[in-house]
Design a protein around this ligand. Structure first.
Ligand code: HEC
Ligand code: HEC
Length: 365
């Protein structure tokens, strides 16, 4: 369970010029919460210790307070083979308001919680695990506050990491081989690079209709319908009109739909018209129908090493000639995509995108 002392995370050089203003994560933590039991949110700032929010009856075991609603997304973001748990907390009487495309609107006092862990052995999902960090997004009057809490060695509490952290981790992989990673806990500017999807305003990313439209975590019924039935979600249109991300291995969905959902979750928070990668004109949002904006026969903005000697982001039928695949398969901190959030290559994601490009008709000039 040992972890190394905090180390400033090196921000990929390519993002340095995009450091976004208005983060709010630099405020000194202050945490004034009322005494009592059950979850509690500070009106401003973040608490230094995760335990202060009273979210979990037992932090080491991740036993959440009954007021927390566990949820999952259809296509999770790859995070170096960690396993994740997510919860939604709504203040008493508060509800989430439906939106068709962007994240549901949540009231002041709401919180989103996401814990990251490595399974000791990925072949034994119910066996031992090492808790790494819990990320929170807290809705306050001035907007969303983001923080990451790194677990102490005994897992009984976690401390706010205002400048991020690096944790050396080892595990047994799916194939039985020993693997290791210098796992990166992001700093608040890095949270904002992704969660500032539109005009650098911090906002949730997974809490969208198309990501949440999937079976409930306990397998009984549909996740969104359960929220509606419990009075947690208002304003939803007729269920037959709900958008849906097919899972990466959904045999009933087309290759195109699966690849587009994966690119949307993995890339579109930066690669959209108002995101951190807006200047390159590569828009990987699920609603983007223009082939060149999607990268097909699009010449890249950055030349040289960033292209791996290839001419276009996507060359139909030719994954090996596509810069997009080259950057997905890169582990170089200056080249790899997504630009944040991973050291390792997402083998399943790469296989999906390769198959998608291989099946694409046409050619480039
Ligand atoms: C590489 C981009 C990236 C970075 C960096 C990042 N996130 Fe996220 N985060 C996502 C995406 C995409 C999702 C939704 C998909 C998922 O949960 O797997 C998400 C989900 C979450 C959730 C669950 C609620 C939601 O929005 O769906 C929380 C809480 C969260 N992130 C907090 C943080 C905090 C705090 C930081 C910084 C310490 C951070 N994230 C850094 C991309 C990122
Ligand atoms: C944290 C923000 C971020 C995320 C997430 C991200 N990118 Fe990028 N991407 C950038 C930035 C910034 C650039 C421009 C600088 C450069 O080329 O390195 C870029 C450039 C690119 C380019 C070159 C495009 C061109 O036409 O010049 C490709 C290809 C690319 N990204 C693919 C992806 C893919 C595929 C994903 C998801 C798997 C992804 N990116 C996720 C920030 C991001």
């Amino acid at each position: 369970m040992a972890h190394r002392p905090a180390a400033r995370v090196r921000m990929a050089g390519l993002l340095a010029g995009l450091a976004l203003a208005g983060c709010g994560g630099d405020d000194p933590p202050d945490c004034e919460v009322a005494a009592g039991t059950g979850p509690v949110m500070p009106a401003t700032g973040l608490c230094r210790q995760l335990s202060s929010y009273r979210l979990f009856a037992d932090l080491a075991a991740q036993t959440a307070d009954p007021a927390l609603v566990p949820f999952d997304v259809a296509v999770p973001l790859f995070a170096d083979y960690t396993v994740k748990q997510r919860w939604l907390y709504l203040p008493p009487g508060g509800t989430a308001a439906w939106r068709d495309v962007d994240a549901f609107e949540l009231p002041v006092g709401a919180m989103l919680v996401k814990s990251f862990a490595y399974l000791d052995d990925r072949r034994a999902p119910t066996g031992g695990r090492r808790l790494l960090e819990t990320r929170v997004l807290v809705r306050q009057v001035g907007g969303w506050k983001a923080g990451a809490y790194v677990y102490r060695d005994d897992g009984r509490d976690a401390d706010l990491a205002p400048t991020g952290d690096v944790l050396d981790a080892t595990w047994i992989h799916d194939d039985g081989a020993a693997r290791s990673n210098r796992y990166v806990v992001p700093d608040p500017n890095q949270c904002l690079n992704c969660h500032g999807e539109h005009m650098a305003r911090m906002a949730p990313l997974g809490l969208k209709a198309r990501h949440l439209n999937r079976p409930a975590l306990d397998g009984t019924g549909d996740q969104l319908q359960r929220w509606i039935d419990a009075g947690l979600l208002t304003g939803a249109p007729d269920p037959t009109t709900w958008p849906r991300d097919p899972a990466i291995d959904d045999a009933g969905a087309s290759l195109d739909d699966r690849a587009r959902a994966w690119l949307d979750v993995s890339c579109a928070h930066c690669h959209n018209g108002t995101g951190a990668a807006r200047t390159v004109g590569l828009d990987l949002s699920v609603g983007q129908l223009n082939r060149e904006a999607l990268g097909v026969c699009k010449a890249p903005v950055a030349g040289g090493a960033a292209t791996g000697g290839r001419r276009y982001d996507i060359v139909p039928g030719q994954p090996d000639q596509s810069i997009l695949v080259f950057r997905l398969e890169s582990t170089d901190a200056e080249l790899r995509m997504p630009a944040l959030g991973r050291n390792l290559v997402d083998a399943d994601g790469v296989a999906l995108v390769r198959a998608w490009i291989a099946a694409m008709p046409g050619s480039c000039p």
